[in-house]
Design a protein around this ligand. Structure first.
Ligand code: NAP
Ligand code: GCO
Length: 266
């Protein structure tokens, strides 16, 4: 058996949502490296133009579109365009997401809904838009970007934890409903990854010392460091490829060991 071939994405079309930068960009770069054609969306023309330049600089001929994952009509239009231009989506990575760090008693219901809308309803809308095409093709891979907060809580992230916990269960449900159609739906649960989303948690203090949260994360991670978006590349290629065809409804935590660890003893 040619095992390397099992990891190849040659001839596949991958839609990575919110992949103008951050984790989505790195995952798209990895899928392109394995042979996939890359399509991404984001919400602003400015980010789209910059991302197209960044992909081109890496030698990747990415197709970028403006579409908000919470808007069913925009997502349906995006999937129609991909079907017309490239022949339909084989791999969907539900990456687009936001966080609001606000103590629960200070958070409005509207703010809570915004997070759930993007982080949970968005993946539902995108999956719903691509599954019929995947059924016709006879195969499909859906990767939902979950979180430590799919398993753990912490102060200030109630909406995000509720959404990412829900995304874990949406993953298992898509697996349950469409496994028979040869669609595998799995999640990646990144640990604490250095991206723009977590930048406020790593900002240096006025005296130049590390942010207390930055120190807390390093102590809580057996690997002793923050993750990088590159740490997610191998797991994404695995879950997008034939190598994982009997892996379904699984959340692969890529966290340097956080979930296995009780924390440093005093
Ligand atoms: P990021 O740097 O803030 O990037 C988020 C991306 O999502 C941006 O490209 C953003 O683009 C896009 N986006 C947000 N709302 C969108 C919408 N409604 N429609 C379309 N695109 C939208 O975040 P990241 O750290 O790379 O995180 C990516 C994913 O990984 C998120 O789901 C996040 O929750 C998850 N995650 C991150 C970490 C971490 O430590 N960084 C850990 C675990 C999980 P525009 O705003 O330009 O549209
Ligand atoms: C936070 C963080 C997170 C991470 C990530 C962990 O404020 O605690 O932003 O929630 O981004 O999702 O896996």
């Amino acid at each position: 058996m040619d095992i390397a071939k099992k990891f190849s994405l040659e001839g596949k079309v991958a839609l990575v949502t919110g992949a103008a930068y951050g984790i989505g960009f790195a995952i798209a770069e990895a899928l392109a490296g394995a042979g996939a054609k890359i399509v991404f969306n984001c919400r602003s023309q400015k980010n789209l133009d910059q991302a197209l330049k960044d992909y081109a600089a890496k030698g990747i001929d990415a197709h970028g579109y403006i579409a908000d994952v919470t808007d069913e009509a925009q997502v349906a239009g995006l999937v129609e365009k991909i079907e017309a231009d490239l022949g339909g989506v084989d791999i969907l990575v539900n990456n687009a997401g936001i966080i609001k760090r606000i103590p629960m008693l200070e958070m409005s219901a509207e703010e809570f809904r915004q997070v759930v809308d993007i982080d949970l309803t968005g993946p539902f809308i995108c999956a719903k838009a691509v599954i019929p095409g995947m059924i016709k093709k006879g195969h499909g891979k859906i990767i939902n970007i979950c979180s430590m907060m799919s398993e753990l809580g912490r102060e200030t992230v109630s909406a995000y934890a509720a959404a990412k916990g829900g995304l874990k269960m949406l993953t298992r449900n898509i697996c349950s409903e469409y496994g028979e159609a040869n669609i595998q739906c799995n999640g990646i649960g990144p640990g604490y990854i250095a991206t723009p989303q977590t930048e406020p948690l790593r900002q240096r203090q006025p005296d130049g010392s590390r942010h207390p949260f930055d120190q807390f994360i390093i102590a809580k991670t057996p690997a002793g460091r923050w993750g990088t978006a590159e740490d997610l590349m191998g797991p994404a290629v695995f879950l997008a490829s034939e190598a994982s065809d009997f892996v379904n409804g699984h959340i692969l935590y890529v966290d340097g060991g956080i979930l296995a660890y009780i924390g440093k003893q005093p």
